[in-house]
Every structure is written in structure tokens, then in C-alpha cells.
Write a protein that binds this ligand. Sequence first.
Ligand code: NAD
Length: 512
Amino acid sequence: MAIRSITEPTLDAAVAAIAVDNPATGAPITDVPTTSPDGVRAAVAAARKAQPRWQALGFRRRRALFHTSQQWFLDNRQRVLDSIVAENGKAEEEAVVEFIYCVSAFSFWSRRAKGFLKDRSVRSASPFVFGRGMHTRRAPLGVIGVIGPWNNPLINSFGDAIPALAAGNAVVLKPSEQTPLTALLMLEMARDCGYPDDVFQVVTGAAATGEALIDEADFVMFTGSTRTGRRVAARAAERLIPSSLELGGKDALIVLADAPLERAVNVAVHGALFNGGQTCTSVERVYVEAGIYDRFLTAVAQRVGEIRAGVPAGLGSVDVGAMTFPPQLDIVDDHVRDAVARGARVLAGGKRGEGPGRFYEPTLLVDVDHSMKCMREETFGPTLPIMKVRDAEEAVRLVNDSEYGLQASIITGDAHRGRRLAARLEAGAVTVNDAQSNYLALGLPMGGWKNSGLGVRHGAEGIRKYTKLQSISVNSHPTRRDPHMMPFEPSSYRLILKLVGFLYGRYKARRS
Ligand code: NAD
């Protein structure tokens, strides 16, 4: 396959090429070159040169390009879906969600970016700056390095480039070495839509390519594991450049006794098995109040039994696709075996799936507890471990007993109670009577607490992070001299001190 980024990825002498296969069939798709550190340097240098022109285009013309991109997506829908499904192995319906995200993201940032980034006037109560006009403005950072994972080849890679571009930055994207093809398709999109040369580029490769990008970019938008995220943050810190880290999770679902049963079952099964559980916001553990536990379990077991897993072949063919990353299969299997060894029971699945590709059977685990890996470590696979709890208090305690804090969900018939409980959960995002759907609410910021990340995507903060803040203070009616200026006048300072006493001593006077 011919690949051309505006800066051609240079073949690394040590790592010649990345073999990309279809995880569901095991069939090779293509080889993709590894961009060497020199290639990354050249890409960032070209992006840096192109960025001022991109910024100078102004928001209106960038927005026009976004509208063209949106139309490109609609015109090329099946190519985008096929690319995601082929390299990732997910069901086509799950690729549709990535597609919808991007189409709606062009629209969202077109409508909202300007408002989020506009100049803001600031009032100061201090009499010492009386009469100054003050405001803040935001300027693009320059070149944003986006580093993405393999589980969502479009939204967690190119999706994060959209607000960065909207803010006037150039972007160099490094997709996961497991799934580079959809990012490369985005290069084609940018060329077809008439983006200026070098403003959006893709470099391909693994850790060394990512490290080289951190060494050159002005900001790193990283999505991936907590382990890698720590390394990325440390490397960025060496250069004193900011980074935003969207990391792993161990998302919990609480089912309260008053929950509408059908809704609880659907949210649990879909939340745990969507994308084969390979979603940062997958439901990875479920706590069910004793009052509804038996009925919930019976219904969940039946629903899991109805799930069709296998090779995706268009809409309606399967519910759960393949495991994208080969080592992930071992992790999932290890978590299931560890749980069984410690006393858990497998009610469905529990082993690798059959077929030419990489599969794990949708797996239902019960009698689990917090001594087990499946309740503490990120599994990132199609498993649904369910634990009975005495009451909501025990559920809250167990949800918070985790090193992760990405997302959590509560199912209840009492939305007000759900809202109150949400505020007690240690997670950056909480959904009541839903799971995951908040990702499509681009106005709602999303970011992990604890070891699940630093910073957010979406909302005002999701674009402001791609800018640097400048404060401007203008003295439009300057006097010849301010009282505090040199040479110091003792009488002026005595007056100033009196003023300080008057302004800030009132509280004491009132108390006494
Ligand atoms: P990973 O950390 O292995 O890799 C992520 C990216 O980092 C890849 O592009 C990889 O090539 C690159 N990389 C690896 N080492 C690097 C280094 N030293 N310097 C710079 N870049 C480096 O993660 P993964 O296995 O691809 O993705 C799965 C993980 O991503 C899971 O933990 C999942 O929870 C997380 N994730 C989080 C979110 C979120 O929004 N919080 C979304 C999707 C996935």
C-alpha cells in the first residue's frame, strides 16, 4: 500500500515495517513503514512551518474545511467503516459509532470552538490597577502530537486532532502500530478536502516513533495505557511541554434494588461487551444490591447467551468481534483463570473463542471479590464480573476501592438518588441509567481521575488545552507617574499603607 504523509514516513533501518493484519480473520492486510526519529523531526518541522499560515486562515475558513471534511465522511462512509473493521476486528455497528463521533465532532467544534476560545475581559477589584482594561486571549500552541491506542482507530486518534486543528494548531498524529490504516485514510481525507500541506500529518510506528514525537511537539495528547501514560508524562516534563493523558480504567456499574430490570441488564451487557470490552469506559465490574441480585443475574445470563460473537461481516452479522491486540487475549484469559482459581464461577464463556482470528468468548463471572484481578486490574476484554452487595453504601465503598477513576455508572429508578450517589464516586465521569453514551456528548468534558489520566477531552477545556493563555493589561489613560514608582516617596507609601488598612482591615474591625 502506498503511504504518503505530507512528510513521507522514513523507513527505520532497525524496524523495517509494521505488518497489519485483520484480527478477526488473521489475514495480513498490508505492511506500513516505521517513521524513524529523523522522519518524525522532519514531519514536526514541516508542521511548524505550515502552522502560522493555518492560524492566519482564520476560524471561518478552517470551519469551511471542516464542513468539507464532514461531507467527505458522508461520501466515504463505507470506506471509513471498512478500514476500522478490517484493522481492529470490531463489529461494523461499533465502527458506525466511531464514524458518527467524527462527523458530529466536525459539526460541534465548528459551532463551538470560536466561543470557547474567544477573548475574555477581566475585572480586577484592586484599586492599584484602577482604570486598566484587562483581558485574556488564547493562541494556538503550535504543533500538537496526538498519540493514539488501537481500540478506537478513529475517535481516539483523529478525533482528538479535530479540536486541535480548530484552535489553529498543526497536528502530527501517531496512531497505534496495531491500527495505523484509518489514520492514514485521514491523510487522504485531508488531501481530498484541500487542507494546506503539512498542517495534518501522520507518522507510523511504535514506542520509538511516539517518543520522537514527544521530543519535538509542543503538546502531547496521549490516549493509551496508564503504564505508557506515565512514561509519556515524564518525557514531556523533561521538555516542560504540557500533555493531556487519557488512560486506563476499571469502570464500575452499580445496580440499585429499585433499578428498572430490563434497563439494568441492557446497560450492563452492552457496557461490558461493546467493542469486545476493549473500551476505556467498558463496564468492567458490576455491584448489584441484594434485593435485585437474583432476578438481575438470571436476566443477564440469558442476555449474554443471546450475544453473537465472531467474524464481522457487515451490519447485523455479529455483536462482539475480535480481540485486536494479541497480548490482550492472554491478559483476559489470565484474569478469568485467576478469578476461577480464587473461587469465582463462570456462567458463560470463560475461554478463547474459535476461528481463524483472535477471539475470547463473552464471559459472565459471579462470586467474585476484590482479591481477584478481574475486579482490580484493567481487563479490556469481553468479561462481565458481577458481585452481590448488601446495599448502596457497600457498592460505593467498593467502586472507590480502585486505583482507577475513569467512569462509573448507576442504574436506579430514582434519578435524584442516582445524582446524589454519583457525587460520591471517585470517577471523572458518572452516568445515571446509561453507560458510555456520554462520550458522544461533546459539550461534556471527560477525563479520568486517579490513575486514569490528567486533563480532559471535550467541552471548553477540551479545546482550551490546545492553546496558551495570554493576559493583556492596557493602561489607556496613563498618568505621568504612579505613587509607588521610584524614587520612593515615604509619604506616598504611608498613604498606600493607610489605604491597605482601610481596604483589608475592615473584617477585623467588624469582628472586634
Ligand atoms: P499503549 O499505552 O500500549 O499504547 C498507546 C500508544 O502509545 C500507541 O500508539 C503506542 O505505540 C504508543 N507508545 C507506546 N510506548 C510509548 C512511549 N514510550 N512513548 C510514546 N508513545 C508510546 O495502549 P494501547 O494498548 O494501545 O491501548 C489500550 C489502553 O488505552 C487501555 O489501557 C485503555 O484503557 C486506554 N484507553 C484510554 C482511553 C481514554 O479515553 N481514557 C481511550 C481509549 C483507550
